[in-house]
Design a protein around this ligand. Structure first.
Ligand SMILES: Nc1nc2c(ncn2[C@@H]2O[C@H](COP(=O)(O)OP(=O)(O)OP(=O)(O)O)[C@@H](O)[C@H]2O)c(=O)[nH]1
Ligand SMILES: [Mg+2]
Length: 330
C-alpha cells in the first residue's frame, strides 16, 4: 500500500471494507478512485480498484439476469438486527442445536452428519438488541460452493463450532480454516493480501465438553490456536442460564459492535432504541447514521459514559464506547 494516501481515501476504503452489498462496494470503490492521488506510486492500486469495479459491474449484470430467470439463491439471507454472525463448522458438531438454543428458530437437529442442507437464520436476543445467527451447512471439504462463500463474506463475523469429542478435531478445524482461506476470508488482524480479501473476526467454540474424553482435545486446541483466536469449551447438552448468558456475551463481543443512545439537548436520552456502531467508531460516525446533514453541521458533542467525566465535551473524532449516551451539538 503506497504511503501518504489522504484521509478521505482511507475513509472511503473503510466504507468499502464495511460494505455488505455489491452496490455499496461499487459506490465506495468509485469514491476511492476519484480521491486517490494520480501518480506513479499509486498506479498499481488504481489498477486494482478499476479491476474490482469492472468485476463488480459484471457480477451485478449477471445477478440481474439470473434474478430475471427467478434464479433463487438459498444462501442469500436478508440481513436483520444489529449484526449477522455465520455459524460454520464440521458436520454433526451441534451448529443447529446452537441456533435452536439461542434463538426461536427450529432447524433440524439429527444424530447423523449433514442434516443441514441450507442456511437457516434466527434472531438472538441480547439485552436491548437482536443479533442474527445463521446456521450454515457443514464444511467437510475445503472447496465450498460460490454461493456459500459469498454468503459468508456478507456476515460480520464467524463462529466456528466443532465437536470436542471428535477423534480428528484438529483436522476438522483445519478444513474449515482452509475453506475460509479459499473464500478469501482472513480472520487474522493483519494487512489483507489484496482488496479482494475480506476480514472477518472469528472465534471457536468446542461443543460437547460435558464428555470427559473431550478435555484433552480442548486443551490441545486452545494451545494450538492461542496466537490466532479464542477457543471456548461449551456444552449445549448440559447448558444452564449462566452458560447461555456467557455465550451470548461472547457473540456480542465477536460482532464488534457498540450501542449508542442519542440525547437531544435539554431532554432525557432515548434509551428505547440504540444506534449500532462498529467498535472504534466516533461521534462523527454516529452523526452520519442519524442524518447526513447533521454529519456536515456537527461541531462536537457531550458524552456520558466513556468520557472522563459525565457530560464531557468531546470532538467529532472522539471514539465511542458501548452504552455511551451522546448529545450532538451542531
Ligand atoms: N453430547 C452432546 N451432544 C450434543 C451437544 N449438542 C448437540 N449434540 C448432539 O449432536 C448431534 C448433532 O447436532 P446438530 O445440531 O444437528 O449438529 P450440526 O452441526 O447442525 O450437524 P450438521 O447440520 O449435520 O452439520 C445431535 O445428536 C445433538 O443432539 C452437546 O453439547 N453434547
Ligand atoms: Mg445442522
Amino acid at each position: 500500500m503506497p504511503a501518504n494516501l489522504p484521509p478521505q481515501y482511507l475513509e472511503a476504503e473503510k466504507k468499502f471494507r464495511q460494505a455488505h452489498t455489491n452496490q455499496e462496494k461499487l459506490e465506495a470503490l468509485e469514491e476511492m478512485l476519484s480521491i486517490i492521488p494520480k501518480h506513479k506510486g499509486t498506479e498499481k492500486l488504481q489498477a486494482e480498484i478499476k479491476q474490482r469495479i469492472s468485476k463488480l459491474r459484471k457480477q451485478a449484470t449477471r445477478e440481474k439476469k439470473s434474478q430475471a430467470k427467478t434464479h433463487h439463491d438459498p444462501y442469500f439471507i436478508e440481513r436483520a438486527g444489529a449484526a449477522q454472525i455465520a455459524i460454520v463448522g464440521p458436520p454433526n458438531s451441534g451448529k443447529s442445536t446452537f441456533l435452536a438454543t439461542l434463538t426461536r428458530a427450529r432447524p433440524e437437529i439429527a444424530d447423523f452428519p449433514f442434516s443441514t442442507y441450507y442456511p437457516t437464520p434466527g434472531m438472538m436476543e441480547y439485552q436491548d438488541i437482536q443479533i442474527q445467527l445463521i446456521d450454515f451447512p457443514p464444511i467437510a471439504d475445503e472447496n465450498i460452493e460460490g454461493n456459500f462463500t459469498n454468503a459468508l463474506r456478507r456476515a460480520d463475523a464467524i463462529l466456528l463450532i466443532a465437536d470436542a469429542t471428535s477423534k480428528r478435531l484438529l483436522e476438522d478445524i483445519e478444513i474449515v480454516e482452509k475453506a475460509l482461506g479459499k473464500s478469501k476470508i482472513s480472520f487474522l488482524p493483519r494487512p489483507l493480501p489484496s482488496l479482494s480479501w475480506t476480514f472477518l473476526p472469528l472465534i471457536i467454540m468446542l461443543n460437547k465438553v460435558e464428555t470427559p474424553s473431550s478435555q484433552e482435545n480442548l486443551a490441545l486446541c486452545q494451545e494450538l490456536w492461542q496466537d490466532k483466536t479464542e477457543v471456548i469449551g461449551i456444552s449445549l447438552k448440559t447448558k444452564n442460564k449462566e452458560t447461555i448468558e456467557r455465550i451470548k456475551e461472547k457473540i456480542f463481543q465477536l460482532a464488534g459492535i457498540i450501542r449508542i443512545y442519542s440525547k437531544p439537548p435539554g431532554l432525557p436520552p432515548d434509551l428505547s432504541r440504540p444506534f449500532i456502531l462498529k467498535k472504534g467508531e466516533t461521534v462523527k460516525d454516529l452523526a452520519e447514521q442519524i442524518h447526513r446533514d447533521i454529519a456536515q453541521e456537527i461541531k462536537g458533542a457531550r458524552v456520558w459514559g466513556s468520557g472522563k467525566f459525565d457530560g464531557q465535551l468531546v470532538s467529532v473524532d472522539h471514539p465511542l464506547e458501548d452504552k455511551d449516551i451522546v448529545e450532538i451539538h451542531t
